[in-house]
Design a protein around this ligand. Structure first.
Ligand SMILES: [Zn+2]
Length: 156
């Protein structure tokens, strides 16, 4: 209790769904086109206030990776995973990056920024998984929602 130092994020951020601890900044999103077993997941270049599990090898859609599970440092819930090592050269860009499962985090992002991010995310075909997305900005979200082949699925 009280031993965990919580980093505050300055700017629009995503936080833990359960304890609202800030986890990542919206401008550190690299991709919104990842998938987990529960739906969408986002790739971040940097996250804070997490603890990491032990490295394990896991087979994803895009091949074999060494990953570490990511847990909230305050409430301990599983948030996603970090890519430690990608065995496929094409996937090496993910090494050292963090995936947070979308349904485990809450969105403190203002709508204007959401639009900008979606514009960057490109306009690949959309087989929207909008059913689970009842949070603010879901209209905007579903436009860029893509389950294209580059996605990963956690093989739980
Ligand atoms: Zn938490």
């Amino acid at each position: 209790m009280g031993r965990v130092f919580v980093v505050d994020l300055d700017g629009r951020s995503y936080g833990c769904r359960y304890c609202n601890t800030p986890l990542a900044l919206a401008h550190n999103i690299l991709s919104r086109n990842f998938n987990c077993s529960q739906g969408r997941a986002y790739l971040f270049s940097k996250v804070v206030n997490i603890t990491l599990g032990t490295p394990v090898e896991r087979v994803m859609i895009s091949g074999l990776h060494t990953v570490e599970d990511i847990f909230c440092c305050c409430c301990g819930q599983l948030l996603g995973w970090k890519y430690v090592l990608a065995y496929e050269k094409n996937e090496a860009y993910k090494e050292g990056k963090f995936v947070l499962e979308r349904w485990r985090i809450v969105d403190n992002v203002e709508e204007e920024l959401e639009l900008n991010l979606d514009a960057q995310a490109g306009s690949q075909g959309s087989q929207a998984t909008s059913q689970a997305d009842s949070q603010a900005g879901s209209q905007v979200d579903s436009q860029a929602d893509s389950l294209a082949g580059s996605s990963d699925t956690e093989n739980a």
